[in-house]
Design a protein. Structure first.
Length: 379
């Protein structure tokens, strides 16, 4: 009799919602804001303030721009190495460690407000004072670090500032609000990097950008239309992945312009006449669904409804039935790079490429679905 009742209860659960796949709905925000350029403490304070503001508006996920802490090296666009040593020195001495106190404050704010936070930062190597990465960290609503990504290849002039990243952060994070992936600026042009995230089950994509590109001349001629490039890439990835795309770009403000003043009036005029970026949120159909921001600072907020992808995946699912895996093969090496492998290193055998934890990434979950065993954070 007991077995019959258990079977009856099981069938009732199946016919109900217990065994059904769920599709979260929530608000997400792209922070179209400027750092307090080269001022780590005040930029951290500003980020925490915007996390609080987003929480008051019911947001569960907020994305900050590329290299937000404490600012993207705009000067590298126009200044040759022989004329930018002071700029690089100022940048290097303000670069952060992923487990440092500055990001620790962001993590506390994320936990305090039950918020998932993506934020870009200039990262320094724990073993080299001159090695910097263009990095992004994804923080869970409990304050743990869910993913730590270093830009795979610095774009153009960035190669004179940043080192190559690795594949350790080329993964999605499985969370209660969906599977979240992220790429930095020009990486969103790389179809293999984007496909790696699609194939990892990405449902929400985050892409980040700097504030502006300089024109070739003070009258505005020859500027690369970065805003147009962002729109094309963002809509294309959303449409191909059938995923939401949160585009977080930097607002160009007076603190960034002031940093460029040593380059002279001609260079300032080239930036003033340049192409500003844009922040937006794109749905899985490739359509912008919130008021976009470019020349004003603020939050772009939209509702995420992950159920929207179901019907669209029926049309084109490039990581499911709408592909030929017997013909196409993609291999992604997600081992972390490290400068040396010591044979007496208890954390890894020689030549194994290292792990995220070995490269200094504390509270990082090496498996794509597991959260880090984060040590307790202050409130």
């Amino acid at each position: 009799m007991q077995d019959i009742q258990q079977k009856k209860n099981f069938l009732e659960q199946i016919n109900g919602d217990t065994y059904m796949h769920t599709f979260p709905k929530y608000k997400a925000a792209a922070a179209h804001i400027a750092p307090v350029f080269n001022d780590v403490a005040h930029t951290v304070d500003k980020a925490c303030d915007f996390i609080s503001e987003a929480a008051r508006k019911g947001v569960r996920l907020i994305a900050f721009p590329e290299a937000f802490l404490p600012g993207y090296p705009l000067w590298a666009r126009v200044a040759p190495p022989t004329e930018s040593e002071n700029f690089f020195f100022d940048m290097a001495k303000r670069a952060l460690l992923v487990d440092g106190p500055e990001l620790g404050l962001i993590r506390q704010a994320a936990r305090r407000h039950d918020m998932f936070v993506s934020i870009g930062f200039n990262e320094r190597s724990p073993v080299s004072v001159g090695c910097l990465w263009n990095s992004n960290v994804f923080i869970g609503n409990d304050g743990s670090i869910l993913n730590h990504h270093r830009k795979l290849v610095p774009t153009s002039f960035e190669k004179l500032v940043y080192a190559n990243g690795d594949g350790a952060g080329l993964r999605v994070s499985d969370t209660e609000i969906g599977r979240i992936g992220m790429l930095i600026c020009g990486e969103n042009t790389n179809p293999l990097a984007r496909y790696a995230l699609m194939a990892d089950g990405e449902q929400v994509h985050i892409c980040t950008y700097p504030a502006i590109t300089a024109a070739r001349t003070p009258d505005g001629k020859g500027a690369y239309d970065l805003q147009s490039g962002i729109r094309i890439r963002a809509a294309g990835h959303a449409f191909e992945a059938k995923a939401y795309n949160i585009v977080a770009s930097t607002f160009y403000d007076s603190t960034q312009r002031a940093c460029l003043e040593p380059l002279g009036e001609q260079m300032l005029a080239r930036f003033d006449a340049g192409s500003r970026t844009v922040s937006m949120i794109i749905d899985p159909k490739g359509e912008s669904i919130a008021e976009e921001l470019s020349t004003e600072e603020g939050l772009v907020i939209a509702e995420i409804d992950l159920s929207l992808a179901v019907e669209l995946k029926r049309l084109h699912d490039v990581v499911g039935y709408y592909n030929r895996f017997d013909i196409f093969k993609l291999t992604v090496d997600r081992r972390a790079n490290r400068p040396v492998a010591f044979i007496d290193d208890s954390l890894g055998a020689a030549g194994d490429g290292g792990s995220p934890r070995e490269r200094g990434d504390h509270n990082f979950a090496p498996s794509q679905n597991a959260r880090a065993a984060a040590s307790p954070l202050g409130s």
